[in-house]
Design a binder for this molecule. Structure first.
Ligand code: RB5
Length: 150
């Protein structure tokens, strides 16, 4: 299952992503926002990320205007490695090398077709492990040592 959420800046794109999931039979849980009205993106990022870090969702997708605010908020949550992606190469390698578990997209940055391709690529690419596992472990150790958000 994929956890998904957006603010008003990502609302239209998130609707497209959810339709895409429905067409492809991909299960998802929608954490809102449910209308175009202005909301604060951290209020959406937190429940999406908790759903991922608890293991309920395999991966998460967050959409705001740029993807940046969502990614900053998401990376404060224990267990989350979030990346803003705008191209295929970064999207593929952030799964292969960083084992990111949340993809952040900019609804005001990306065209719909590009965004849907990046979503598919993110969901289908598996972490390579090996030397990258060592590096990801070091990232997670920083989080532990600093007693970040529980
Ligand atoms: C909302 O206007 C906008 O700031 C938000 O969607 C996002 O781009 C923040 O990073």
């Amino acid at each position: 299952m994929i956890a998904i959420g957006c603010d008003h800046g990502g609302f239209d794109l998130q609707q497209k992503i959810m339709s895409h999931f429905e067409e492809k039979g991909i299960q998802y849980k929608n954490f809102g926002t449910y209308e175009c009205k202005s909301v604060d993106y951290p209020d959406i990022a937190l429940p999406v990320c908790k759903c991922v870090s608890s293991g309920e969702a395999r991966l998460g997708i967050l959409v705001c205007g740029t993807g940046i605010g969502m990614s900053i908020a998401a990376n404060k949550v224990n267990g989350i490695r979030a990346a803003v992606c705008t191209d295929h190469f970064s999207t593929k390698f952030t799964r292969l090398h960083n084992n990111t578990n949340v993809l952040c997209l900019g609804g005001r940055v990306l065209g719909d077709a590009m965004a849907l391709e990046l979503v598919d690529l993110f969901l289908e690419t598996q972490f390579e492990g090996g030397r990258h596992q060592t590096r990801v472990d070091k990232i997670m150790k920083i989080e532990k040592d600093e007693h970040r958000y529980e």
